[in-house]
Design a protein. Sequence first.
Length: 158
Amino acid sequence: MRWLPVAVLLLCPLRPVRAQDTTRVQAQPAGTASDTTVHRPSPMHYFVSSLLIPGLGQAELDRKLTGAIFVAFEGVSLSMALKANSEIGFYQQIGDTTLVAAKRLERQDWYVLLAVNHLFSALEAYVSAHLLDFPRDLKIRPIIGRQNGIVVNIGIGH
């Protein structure tokens, strides 16, 4: 009777446990994200969103001050372009053609600044999205003394 369990074990076919079967395990392809990776949109998403509305890409990247600066410059440029436009109408009513021409050039300058603000906002969001994982603790300082150069300190860990 003592040998019965041993005889049953010897007569049963031995199969590896499913967890120990390495032939069924499929390796994860290179470049795939694990479950802990944060999935963010591509940098082009931030570029396009800031190109359409300056500061939106920065807000999505949690760069609120930078986004606010682009929004403020957008507001100033737009209000100055509208002001120049209303002055053009006033000078046309009184018949001053030289001031009308000058105000048209001023309005054109404000429109160019609006376009430049859109472009710089988009480019800044694109670069910021690429540098999102860059270490914040990076510090570069010059060495002044016998030997000139720079020192780079990179904080590792939290």
